[in-house]
Design a protein around this ligand. Structure first.
Ligand code: SAM
Length: 245
């Protein structure tokens, strides 16, 4: 059972421990690097995701690979006192940074933090109205297992939103973007976060991630219906959506 990692093919357990290493290493500077590397545009992609989720007061939301909690913070305000948001992440450093940030913002009432692997979600069947995973699925080793697990924990009528890097629609953007991710990003990571290797991993994981149509089919395989996606910023990022009925 092997998977592609970085510039070589390595075993599944190795991918897991490398991903863990990357996020332990970037956690403290994750937010500032996100703003810098996306020139702030990740905020718009996340806003779009919240708007597309159809979240309502009282909803139960699971934000998987929630990291430093950008989506969780927005959902927390929208679900209100009657609702609940669970920020789940496999990485304790990312969870710590997220928890501290959200508590500093005064968001305490309706958020729980759970350390969990997307492939083995520790929740009952049919629990959530909305499940989100933003910039997380590409880091997961067994994506089919993770999608099946998300399907299981959604209530009938509930929906999954996957926000992830994808394939640019235009070749010229593709080329520019490749140059940016492989030449500029690792240098930025080295200079600002003193961690070029982690940012090299991020660039490579983006290139290896399934394109729009492939991910849509994978969601259908896992049982999702009415699946669709919307390209954002020429498809550099795509938001996939699917329902459990
Ligand atoms: N969702 C946040 C955002 O959009 O800013 C954080 C995204 S960050 C690029 C990816 C996150 O996925 C990290 O916090 C990492 O720990 C988490 N992650 C990686 N593999 C995971 C897995 N198998 N299960 C759950 N979380 C995972």
């Amino acid at each position: 059972d092997s998977t592609h990692f970085g510039y070589q093919t390595v075993k599944t357990e190795e991918k897991e421990s490398k991903v863990a290493g990357v996020f332990h290493s970037v956690a403290q500077q994750y937010d500032i690097m996100n703003d810098l590397m996306s020139m702030g545009i990740h905020r718009l992609w996340k806003r779009f995701t919240i708007d597309a989720s159809g979240v309502r007061p009282g909803n139960k939301v699971l934000d998987i690979a929630g990291g430093t909690g950008d989506l969780t913070a927005k959902f927390s305000k929208l679900v209100g006192r009657e609702g609940k948001v669970i920020l789940a992440d496999i990485n304790s450093s990312m969870l710590d940074v997220g928890r501290t940030k959200l508590r500093d913002k005064g968001l305490v009432q309706n958020i729980d933090y759970v350390q969990a692997n997307a492939e083995y979600l520790p929740f009952e069947d049919n629990t959530f109205d909305i499940v989100t995973i933003a910039f997380g699925l590409r880091n997961v080793t067994n994506k089919e297992r993770a999608l099946a697990s998300m399907y299981r924990v959604l209530k009938p009528g509930g929906r999954l939103l996957v926000l992830e890097f994808s394939k640019p629609e235009h070749e010229i953007i593709n080329k520019l973007y490749d140059f940016y991710s492989f030449s500029v990003l690792p240098k930025m990571g080295e200079l600002v976060a003193k961690d070029g290797d982690s940012y090299k991993y991020l660039a490579e994981s983006i290139r290896m991630h399934p394109d729009q149509e492939t991910l849509k089919s994978m969601m259908e395989e896992a049982g999702f219906e009415h699946t669709s996606y919307k390209n954002l910023t020429d498809g550099i990022v795509a938001l996939h959506k699917g329902y459990k009925f």
